[in-house]
Ligand binder design. Sequence first.
Ligand code: UD1
Length: 416
Amino acid sequence: MDTIQIQGGRRLQGTVRVQGSKNGVLPLMAAALIIPGKTVLKGCPRITDVSAMADAMTDMGCRISRQGDDLIIDATGVHTSRVPRQCGEKLRSSVLFLGALLARTGLAILPYPGGCTIGARPVDFHLEGMRRLGVFVYPDGEWIRAVGRPGGGSCRLPMASVGATENLLLAASCCAEPVTIQGAAREPEIVGLCEFLSAMGADVRGAGTDTISITGVEAPGPVTFRVPGDRIIAGTYLLAAAATGGRILLQGIPSGMLADQIDIYRQLGLRLWENRQGILAVREGSLRPVQCATAPYPGFPTDLQSQLMAVAACAPGESRITETVFEHRFQVAEELCRMGADIHIEGQTARITGVPRLAGCSVEAKELRGGAALIIAGLAAEGITRITGVNYIRRGYGDIAGDLRRLGADIRDVRE
Ligand code: UD1
């Protein structure tokens, strides 16, 4: 069984380049399906979610290759509107093929995306939004069937859903009449997708606000696009530096993309400076407790909540973390408690009393970000931590063990 093994107790020190964003690249890959030609995604991360997306697109007729860090997608030969069943099981982002296929062919048949341990994660906003654009959408057992070219119109999302906003933008990207999305998500990944669709020829306004208008392009042109840096990975490494008392230089991400996180780093006692070389982060003095509630952007990201919990577990005093986006996102607390953390969950709030030192032991990653949290806990702990469930971590982190080793951690990715 593959494991990540960490001998804890080393301060992180050095420079690390942040990989391209997982949540940024997946909608861009879906967008590439719309273009009957070539898309080059520069700085594409080497993660298993990208491979799963690429496998599905290859099955649908795309030709996909890698040249160094670039992913080249030629979607000229797309010959089906049916998304392979196994893609739905592996990947929630497979639901983005709904909007992309409707834009390309006016027909989409796709499996309901698989269950997920962090919450129910329904797709009702996606389906209702497509209906508002005049598409006929109906469930068929485990499949979603959608027929019709999206037309103009407006839809209001009941919640600022990242995936639903992306799906509607994809669906509208070839529509000659304007489409307005109200209550849209404002995440930097949405802005990235809007820039891609603009490069393809669409007219997009309001990206980064809660109202986005898009007028599509009938003949989308080829696009070369750089995948933005992964702000969640940047946050993971900054939190690791906080937990270990380190001093690290992050490259490949501007601090503007971390605007939602900065206040929490200040609370923890991490100081940040930015210049042309990158973002320098130094923990000054001992860790301090935090008060934090996750929220859609520009709130603190739910995708960093578990990693923050691992740091809070070592911060003297009482921290409180409230999760407002997903209902089952405190699963890692149990594993952290096995390492000696003192965490009490009351509804959607975790009360964490910092302990002087966590103790390394065998723990299991049950989902992606919880896995990253266990790595941070292992770096800060006394003794050896062995983490199983490494496959979850590989979904979003290309080489987290390598990156942290280059920062001075004693960590190994053991493949068996
Ligand atoms: C995306 C991110 C994920 C991140 C999340 C919130 C990707 C690939 N994934 O997920 O890492 O944690 O945003 O920042 O980008 N909801 C509904 N009905 C819907 C859609 C969503 O009820 O049709 C609810 C969800 O259950 C959740 C909330 O809305 O409670 C926000 O979810 P959403 O923003 O859609 O998350 P994802 O796009 O799935």
